[in-house]
Design a protein around this ligand. Sequence first.
Ligand code: P1T
Length: 378
Amino acid sequence: MGFSTDAVHGGQQAEPTTGAVMTPIFQTSTFKQDGLGRHRGYEYARTQNPTREALERNIAVLERGKHAVAYASGLSAIAAIMHLFKSGDEVVVTENVYGGTYRLADTILSQYGLRFKFVDTSNLDVVKQAVTENTKLVFVETPTNPLLHLTDIQTVASLAHSSGALVAVDNTFMSPYFQNPLELGADVVVHSSTKFLNGHSDMVGGVVVVNDEALAERFRYIQNSVGAVPGPFDCFLALRGTKTLALRMRQHEANARHLAGWLSKHSSVTRLYYPGLDTHPQHELAKKQARGYGGIIALDVGPLEHAQHVLENVSLFTLAESLGGVESLISHPATMTHASVPREDRLRLGISDGLVRLSVGIEDVEDLENDLADALSF
Ligand code: P1T
């Protein structure tokens, strides 16, 4: 089936008791058992919930995977991946990951003996050097948040596999509409479903997708044992969101391409990051491993005062954390999403005080352009 058909129908069936076409919100914490040790597949809502399962089946189909396991947030999904490993194990991570992923590794998981190496995974020689026989996982975010650096998933997967390490890819920025890392050799795909999958900025969630049965079992075990599960209403909202993923992603991207082209000629912009521009250093890789370039743009406008001017003079773009909703958002990575990354690391990576991130929504693009034109005049 095509992607749009799968988005609507993938893993979905009418609810067996009433025939409800849309899976209802099973707002219950527990389920009646018919006798001792006899139940209908549902015991307790941390362990199983039909609304959550409908969402998981749908996302598994969209990611071209066999199993999806949903969590309470993107970060708890990433934490579940890290829970596969034990003290002393080594994890190689893309250095320019989402700030919360960095914080989780640096301040929480490292306390339990997991060893993290943050490296530039877009440079294959660097990956080759970083991966050792102690490496159990290569965790890649591509494109990265917020600088939109790309990593060659296929090549990193074969490199990691030759050392016996797993590969996980944070696919939040592309969504399964544009990129399917499992088909490129990754073992685990992770999403913050808060973002494009849900698409309406009205819930927080996360999900991992895998093909391997044993890995799926382990993720379900972690889901139940750690207990970072999404509530049924949030699962319902995310499932309603995925049905329009194709429509939304096309519009996000059309708007972002237009704005990136226009910004590339704007005199207030000193650097522009968007994989769809042929000036992006990895534009060819973007074309090779994805079917599009997405809806996120980063631009550098020089000194902090310029960034502040832009952030405070937009009216249609809303100054807020997060991305991937139908509405356009604008943010300041250095003080918002990446505030937990030490300043010197931020500056080395390119997350300067003048860097501004746009999550381009699905509004009329002329209105978005006019809004930015006003805010960029200084
Ligand atoms: O917020 P949460 O659902 O826990 O997802 C964390 C996360 C994971 N991976 C990526 C690539 C992300 O961008 C995020 C969350 N990011 C933001 C909140 C943000 O504004 O960038």
